[in-house]
Design a protein around this ligand. Structure first.
Ligand code: FES
Ligand SMILES: [Fe+2]
Length: 346
């Protein structure tokens, strides 16, 4: 098995349909793609002292706990190093973590501090008795973790950090959370997000407020940024940025609007079912109903309809793969190149 996407968009063909239709590739993508990527772990402002969570439920299923003190924040394995019980069962505050099975205690930095009835145990405690600290990173108050990252987080998002500085989010808590379920492969949902090519055809409302001509895509290592400018009312007026759509491979979308940020976390369920969480962080309520960031629900419904239609189409015996528009599908091409690279690399 090997996927190949030509680096030249003019020559390239898209991913073959079996990537989306074969459940074996879906299974393989869990370790090859998701385990080696960075995953969203919430926003520091939304978290209490100890917050248990699962990294990408159903895909990586890794139980972790985010520990926040006044000085630092870290992400630990939430599995007791004795016989494997989950340690922290719900959000709470505590000075230490105590296992409710046989009483092993850990400091908040993960160090094992005591264990009853272990006096005669040889080589105890050792490093393996401490809780594993997961790779963990923060940008603009947003938290990320990974079980086995291919690169560090700053390298992963190299070239796009400034977007978070330009839209300061400290003190900004989540104001709304919505979840959508789509009958399609996760990558079909993402690759639709990665091009503005379909806007005039699929999103009539959005098309009325963004300027198709100046819509642009910038590519970086594991990320891409699409910029949508507004249609200027007066000819001479400089176009306003209506939206910046940041995609962090393989499944995270940070949408910067004048009113704040909408974060979309794409979670694969099966090779033909995907859940997408929409997390809303509002900075300026007054701008909520204006421009490209208004009525995201309607845009989402339009996107889901086309993506679900593609899901049916790629199963056709007469479809295998397509070609790219060099001027409009750079983001999708870049995404397919990353998928091919991760899937081929053992
Ligand atoms: S499993 Fe935690 S102390 Fe035994
Ligand atoms: Fe769309």
């Amino acid at each position: 098995m090997s996927f190949h996407i030509d680096p030249d968009t003019r020559k390239a063909r898209t991913l073959t349909a079996d990537f989306y239709t074969d459940p074996a590739y879906f299974e393989l993508s869990k370790e090859r793609i998701f385990a080696r990527s960075w995953q969203f772990a919430g926003k520091a402002d939304d978290l209490g002292d100890l917050t248990p969570m699962t990294v990408l439920p159903g895909v990586l299923d890794e139980p972790v706990v985010i520990v926040k003190t006044s000085e630092w924040i870290t992400c630990l394995s939430n599995v007791c190093t004795h016989r494997g019980k989950i340690l922290v069962e719900g959000p709470c505050s505590a000075d230490l973590i105590r296992c409710r099975y046989h009483g092993r205690r850990f400091a908040l930095d993960g160090r094992m501090i005591s264990m009853p009835e272990f006096d005669d145990v040889e080589d105890f405690p050792s490093e393996a008795d401490n809780l594993t600290k997961l790779p963990f990173a923060e940008v603009g108050g947003f938290l990320f973790t990974s079980v086995a990252p291919l690169t560090g987080f700053s390298e992963w998002i190299d070239g796009v950090e400034h977007l978070f500085d330009a839209a300061p989010t400290s003190g900004l808590a989540m104001t709304a959370r919505r979840e959508y379920e789509i009958n399609a492969h996760w990558a079909l949902y993402c690759e639709n997000y990665l091009e503005g090519f379909h806007i005039p055809y699929v999103h009539k409302g959005l098309n009325a407020v963004v300027d198709y001509g100046s819509y642009s895509t910038d590519l970086f290592g594991h990320t891409s940024v699409q910029t949508a400018y507004g249609v200027s009312k007066e000819r001479a007026a400089p176009a306003q940025v209506e939206a910046r759509y940041l995609f962090i491979f393989p499944n995270l979308m940070f949408n910067f609007y004048p009113w704040g940020i909408s974060v979309n976390v794409v979670r694969p369920i099966t090779h033909e079912k995907t859940s997408v969480e929409f997390l809303t962080y509002v900075r300026d309520e007054d701008l909520l109903e204006k421009g490209a960031g208004a009525d995201l629900h309607a845009v989402e419904m339009e996107d889901e309809a086309v993506v679900e239609s593609v899901q049916k189409g790629i199963r056709s015996r007469f479809y295998d793969r397509g070609r790219y528009s060099p001027s409009r599908e750079q983001g999708t091409h870049h995404f397919h190149r990353l998928i091919a690279g991760f899937m081929n690399d053992k």
